[in-house]
Ligand binder design. Structure first.
Ligand code: ATP
Ligand code: MG
Length: 325
């Protein structure tokens, strides 16, 4: 496929930087268009790498709040002990080490949009506080009894099944209903394969421009492999594969090296991943399901929290099984 042969030029559907024309993506963008103008809470559901953050940004940018900040807060990236003060802020002397008062991330989002990523990771003890925030738009900093008001629009995201978590009493049902006002499911890439050629072209252009190469064609065999892979890491994974191909390209044709796509379907790889699953589960059992923090599984394994979190997702481990209460 020569890139020039593709009839539509951008495939961007008037959303800057959001590539794709599949009906699945178009439906998402229609919902974005409708909900952006309102103040409604949005819940973005989708596997890792499907574009939840990109869509959250699009909602903010099409909303009346677009001139105000969009503040992202990832519930999985902050250890439980620091969560409350990071999010709500704290007063001087609220805890050891709190030498000065500090505003929380929440306060920075005042009059703008708060993007609460991986909301399924919100520690149970903070769930009632988020619920109250959503109901009343009020909160207190840690160590303060003064109630503050904040004007935020919430966009939350998760790749977990919150409904199931509610059923297993890992997520409060009242909070779930508050979050689930306007759910948007972002389909995985394998359910919108027709977007693959457009994305391939987009990322090839992007990376070849970055490193100063001229690539104008993708080999048929490469395109076929890319179209048939199941993309567990979705668009992020595709993006990474293309970046690698561009770096390796020796002429104007984009080609996939043999074995470039992770051989997950091969028995050896499957055995490896089941060994890894057992190892992670054993460590989670010891840490009571805790991933982040100094006593969490990530610290024990010496890997970044985000890396372990994505392995847990990829291996479909339910870490909540290991929570001890
Ligand atoms: N439709 C798209 N067009 C162009 N780029 C996209 C599209 N969807 C996703 N991307 C890119 O793919 C990468 C992953 O997207 P994003 O970070 O929004 O995913 P996510 O759903 O938040 O993933 P995670 O659950 O792992 O946080 C980003 O670099 C993003 O820009
Ligand atoms: Mg994300």
């Amino acid at each position: 496929m020569a890139f020039g042969e593709m009839n539509n030029d951008s495939g961007e559907a008037a959303f800057a930087g959001i590539i794709g024309q599949s009906s699945g993506l178009r439906h998402v963008l229609q919902l974005v268009e409708k909900v952006a103008a309102t103040n409604a809470t949005v819940l973005l559901l989708g596997e890792t790498g499907t574009g939840k953050e990109l869509i959250a940004r699009a909602i903010h940018e099409r909303s009346p709040r677009k001139t105000q900040p969009l503040v992202a807060f990832n519930c999985a990236a902050v250890p439980g002990s620091l969560f409350e003060s990071e999010f709500f802020g704290h007063e001087r002397g609220a805890f050891t080490g709190a030498h000065m008062q500090r505003a929380g991330r929440l306060e920075l989002a005042d009059r703008g949009t708060l993007f609460l990523d991986e909301v399924g990771e919100l520690p149970p003890e903070l769930q009632p506080k988020l619920l109250r925030l959503l109901q009343e738009r009020t909160y207190e900093r840690v160590g303060s009894s003064r109630t503050r008001n904040v004007d935020i629009r919430l966009v939350a995201a998760t790749n977990q099944n919150l409904e199931e978590m509610v059923g297993e009493c890992q997520f409060r049902s009242d909070l779930y209903y508050r979050l689930n006002v306007f759910p948007i499911r972002i389909p995985p890439l394998r359910e919108r394969r027709q977007d693959i050629p457009l994305l391939v072209r987009h990322f090839t252009k992007k990376y070849s421009r970055q490193i100063g190469k001229r690539i104008d064609t993708v080999s048929e065999a490469t395109l076929q492999s890319l179209m048939s892979w199941h993309w567990p890491g979705n668009i992020r994974e595709l993006q990474n594969v293309i970046e690698r191909c561009v770096i390796l390209a020796e002429d104007a044709v984009l080609r996939l090296e043999p074995g470039a796509l992770p051989a997950e379907t091969q028995p050896a790889a499957r055995a490896r991943s089941s060994g890894q699953k057992a190892e992670i589960e054993a460590i989670l059992r010891e840490t009571n399901g805790r991933v982040a923090g100094p006593r969490g599984a990530a610290a024990r394994m010496g890997v970044p929290v985000t890396t372990l979190a994505s392995r847990i997702r990829a291996l479909k481990i339910n870490k909540h099984r290991f929570h001890q209460t």
